[in-house]
Design a protein around this ligand. Structure first.
Ligand code: NAP
Length: 168
């Protein structure tokens, strides 16, 4: 099993504001959907709550929500108290690639603790005002394995590049 992380981040590492995403990029949203489909997705309690009620749990993949609250309930999602516990559930279910899907606190914990084997990063080519940021990652230590540029167009207010990185 490899552990993957998927994020869309701005040039200044911004990823969220007011417990919401900052941009609307349908192509990238679809990339997220198709990439994570069928795999366990592990997310922080705030990220789960940021998903509009009618879209959660994210369909077609087991949703795992990390919280320190004992009695937390999230309809249709499995609740765990650590990311490690979430990964263990994925492993027991023979998932070959569970995904850490944020938000900021969960990304930071996973990166700082060396839990991630593969990064899917969408680089949004702009800077934004935000209240949640992606942690600093030294990408020179990673090997870029794919790259796809999508220009700004009528459906996308910002240009972006979707990349994948693996440990060499
Ligand atoms: N751009 C992107 O790709 C992307 C992706 C995902 C999310 N986001 C954005 O990120 C923002 C949310 O991120 P966030 O940093 O505020 O919150 P978060 O990481 O989604 O959730 C934080 C919560 O998770 C629980 N938690 C965190 N670390 C834990 C640990 N080590 N052990 C157990 N529980 C832990 C705690 O829940 P309790 O307080 O319940 O204990 C904590 O309050 C939103 O704006 C969202 O839109 C952006």
């Amino acid at each position: 099993m490899i552990v993957s992380l998927i994020v869309a981040k701005a040039e200044n590492n911004a990823i969220g504001k007011n417990n919401d995403l900052i941009w609307h990029l349908p192509y990238d949203m679809n990339f997220f959907k198709t990439t994570t489909k069928g795999h366990h997705v592990i997310m922080g309690r705030k990220n789960f709550e940021s998903i509009p009620e009618k879209y959660r749990p994210l369909p077609g993949r087991p949703n795992i929500v990390v919280t320190t609250q004992d009695a937390y309930e999230a309809n249709g999602a499995t609740i765990v108290s650590t990311i490690e516990e979430g990964l263990e559930i994925a492993k027991q279910a023979n998932d070959d690639e569970p995904f850490i899907i944020g938000g900021g606190q969960i990304y930071k914990y996973a990166i700082d603790n060396g839990m991630v084997d593969k990064l899917y990063i969408t680089f949004v080519h702009e800077s934004f005002d935000a209240d949640v940021y992606f942690p600093e990652v030294d990408l020179t230590k990673w090997q870029k394995t794919s790259e796809l540029f999508h220009p700004k167009d009528e459906k996308h207010a910002h240009g972006f590049t979707i990349c994948a990185f693996e440990m060499p």
